[in-house]
Design a binder for this molecule. Structure first.
Ligand code: 2AM
Ligand code: CA
Length: 269
């Protein structure tokens, strides 16, 4: 089957914009939570489900491939090669507090990501990549930061919470990482964090997160000249299963690898 991936990516972009408009309607009502009109769980899950339902209808209506999303059971497709990965809202905690979130969609063919997008509806920023064709923000080509100066590194990560405290010692490690560098930022969406690395707003990012959240972002960073491994320098055969990621420009990758490699390794189940 011959697929015109540029047309597929256009369709992904149109779909993400639609889902963006839909989720923004929910998002703008976030202060209903504090007066008890909706509970936080319902607020996020209603928006998540509406968004994923729309994305499924649009993508599968035109390309009946397999699809794995965060909200509903996976569906099997008409061919064994292609599969959609969909996170209808990445950064649900940000969403809950009225801060920037993203929608991310990746198209996989076998073990490769062919097309990916990360869309921030609040800022109207559309990050897109096709394998071998570069990374773009609102149609403008992007490169990772060229900086090699440790004092100018800006590193993104997530803060462990009761739900996310998979690695004990994360705060202490963050303190050590933080000491000599310019800044640490918590963007709050794994997909957006990768997009920020691709366009040079972060020089690097590390977290333990899900592959559905980061598949498109990883392609963006690779297409922007960045390096992607797990915390021990291993490749996709490991990080796609564990979600333990470093994505960075070359200098920040070396810096983070040096500081994370003593953590006891996480191996695929
Ligand atoms: P989500 O908003 O789709 O849940 C925040 O640090 C980042 O980690 C977000 O991208 C968030 O995605 C992701 N995340 C939150 N809980 C997670 C979990 N239990 N496993 C993997 N990733 C998670
Ligand atoms: Ca999600």
């Amino acid at each position: 089957m011959t697929v015109d991936y540029a047309t597929v990516l256009d369709h992904m972009v149109a779909t993400a914009r639609e889902a963006g408009a839909l989720t923004l309607e929910h998002f703008q009502r976030f202060r209903d939570i504090e007066i008890g009109i909706k509970g936080p769980g319902d607020f996020v899950s209603d928006a998540d489900r509406d968004s994923e339902t729309l994305i499924r209808e649009r993508l599968l209506g035109r390309y009946p491939w397999g699809l794995t999303g965060e909200e509903f059971a996976p569906v099997e497709g008409s061919d064994d090669d292609h599969r959609w990965l969909v996170d209808p809202i990445d950064g649900t905690t940000n969403f809950l507090f009225g801060q920037h979130y993203t929608i991310t969609i990746a198209l996989r063919r076998g073990n490769e990501t062919i097309c990916g997008l990360v869309y921030n509806p609040v800022a109207d920023e559309m990050f897109t990549a096709m394998k071998g064709e570069g990374a773009y923000l609102n149609r403008v080509r992007q490169r990772v930061s060229a900086s090699t100066d440790v004092a100018l590194m800006c590193v993104g990560t997530g803060l462990p919470t009761p739900n996310l405290s998979l690695y004990p010692g994360a705060y202490q490690r963050l303190d050590e990482i933080r000491a000599p560098i310019g800044a640490v930022r918590v963007v709050g969406s794994a997909a957006n964090s990768c997009a920020y690395v691709a366009c040079g707003r972060l020089t690097g990012y590390y977290e333990e997160t899900g592959f559905i959240d980061t598949a498109a972002g990883i392609l963006l960073v690779q297409e922007a000249g960045g390096i992607v491994t797990d915390w021990w320098g291993r490749g996709p055969e490991v990080y796609e299963k564990t979600g333990t990621l470093i994505v960075a420009n070359p200098a920040t990758h070396a810096y983070l690898l040096e500081r994370l490699r003593d953590v006891p390794p996480k191996d695929p189940a």
